[in-house]
Design a protein around this ligand. Structure first.
Ligand code: NAD
Ligand code: MG
Length: 396
């Protein structure tokens, strides 16, 4: 029995993971599940999957979690806070950790799991964007495994299967991008959070939905691919493929291009990573080629989608830059979702923050957290300045 700690159980990736786990009760059991604030959703998961431990990140909600578990007659132990999150990620009772928290908040438990030698299933791309080498080294030191859940990286992992000396044999990695909801929109003025979160092909959490709309998601994925597969930015390309059927490709030096295809369903890469190197049913639909129609491709427009260009530039500058980029993006996206920042200003806040924060290459998790905190403070000031400028413009 493979015992799983599912970090971020109440989210979109959490739900897809639970769906796959429920299809294979003989293979998988849950050791621990975690959530940020939603006690009710967490207790619902406990009632269905009966994990040993449930962790709520918000410590003020520990009593309400304990009470709800007791009232429901469940044996699950309630815990709370960041220390508990890290502890369930490295507990000896679990074999696999699904890192599905959103944002840099997932960094510490993800690193803890890696150091403890777990099989880490990485959905939380922000942690590899802001810690890069530190996460890779933690996996190596722990002797475990890091497997991607992001569909593009799962595709590349599958395309590389059986390839020897990947670095020498591979010409380039080609990440596909759907282009998001604004692929064909020329004027970005007045875009609302609802419009930005209405992704054409995938249903996801709100933060990654906005990232997909700005193409920052693809930028974060380029950085993620660089660390996961050991490729420099110059050998990673992005191509827009609106149908999201090809999830990514690898071109070898002999000119062969290997692609991975499937219906856009996160249960496929989750099942792949959970059972690797075996294959299990994920519940996803069969790809009907006769119904597909044309597959199309175009270059990303870096002028309209500035975030992608900023991410490529940050990658070239090192982890101090990518951690700054990530923190500024988290602040800008949160402000946009809260109605405090225009969609077009997301890239501006990130760029201003990158210009203002001077960050060396971090040599520890503490150093990453320090850069993250500094970048957040600068980004918040940028958001405030823009909010004041907008108010003044309205008043005059
Ligand atoms: P989501 O918002 O639906 O869920 C996030 C989860 O993290 C929830 O369980 C929430 O309670 C928890 N969480 C949020 N803030 C937290 C905090 N401060 N401390 C502890 N827990 C916290 O997000 P999602 O769409 O499931 O995405 C999760 C991660 O997976 C992100 O990094 C995202 O980029 C990545 N990812 C998502 C998809 C997708 O299809 N949704 C695809 C690829 C990668
Ligand atoms: Mg992806």
């Amino acid at each position: 029995m493979n015992r799983i700690t599912l970090l971020g159980a109440t989210g979109s990736i959490g739900a897809s993971t639970l769906d796959v786990v429920a299809r294979h009760p003989e293979r998988f059991g849950l050791y621990a599940v975690t959530a940020s604030r939603s006690v009710e959703a967490l207790v619902g998961i406990c009632a269905r999957f009966r994990p040993r431990v449930a962790v709520i990140a918000d410590e003020a909600r520990l009593a309400s979690l304990s009470d709800a578990l007791r009232v429901a007659g469940l044996p699950t132990v309630a815990r709370a806070g960041s220390q508990a999150l890290a502890e369930v990620a490295c507990a000896p009772e679990c074999d696999t950790v699904v890192a599905a928290i959103v944002g840099a908040a997932g960094l510490v438990p993800t690193i803890a799991a890696a150091r403890a030698g777990k099989r880490v299933l990485l959905a939380n791309k922000e942690s590899i964007v802001c810690a890069g080498r530190l996460l890779i080294e933690a996996v190596r030191a722990g002797g475990g495994q890091l497997l991607p859940v992001d569909s593009e990286h799962s595709a590349i992992h599958q395309c590389l299967a059986g390839a020897r000396l990947a670095e020498r044999d591979v010409r380039r990695l080609i990440l596909t991008a759907s282009g998001g909801p604004f692929r064909t929109r020329s004027d970005f003025a007045g875009i609302t959070p609802e419009e930005a979160c209405a992704h054409p092909n995938w249903v996801m959490g709100r933060k990654i939905s906005v990232d997909s709309a700005t193409l920052m998601n693809k930028g974060l994925e380029v950085i993620e691919a660089s660390w996961l597969f050991g490729f420099a930015a110059g050998r990673i390309e992005v191509v827009v493929h609106p149908q999201s059927v090809i999830h990514s490709m690898v071109e070898f030096v002999d000119g062969s291009v290997v692609a991975q295809l499937g219906t856009p369903d996160m249960r496929t890469p989750i099942a792949y990573a959970l059972s690797y190197p075996e294959r299990i049913d994920s519940g996803s639909a069969t790809l009907d080629f006769t119904q597909l129609g044309a597959l199309s491709f175009e270059a990303p427009d870096l002028r309209r989608f500035r975030c992608l260009a900023l991410a490529f530039a940050a990658l070239a500058g090192g982890t101090g830059r990518t951690a700054t980029l990530n923190a500024a993006n988290e602040i800008a996206v949160e402000a946009f979702l809260g109605g405090r920042l225009q969609f077009v200003d997301i890239a501006r806040v990130i760029e201003e923050t990158l210009n203002a924060v001077d960050a060396d290459e971090p040599d520890s998790v503490e150093a990453v957290l320090d850069i993250d905190a500094r970048a957040r403070r600068v980004a918040m000031r940028c958001v405030e300045r823009r909010a004041i400028a907008t108010l003044n413009a309205v008043a005059s």
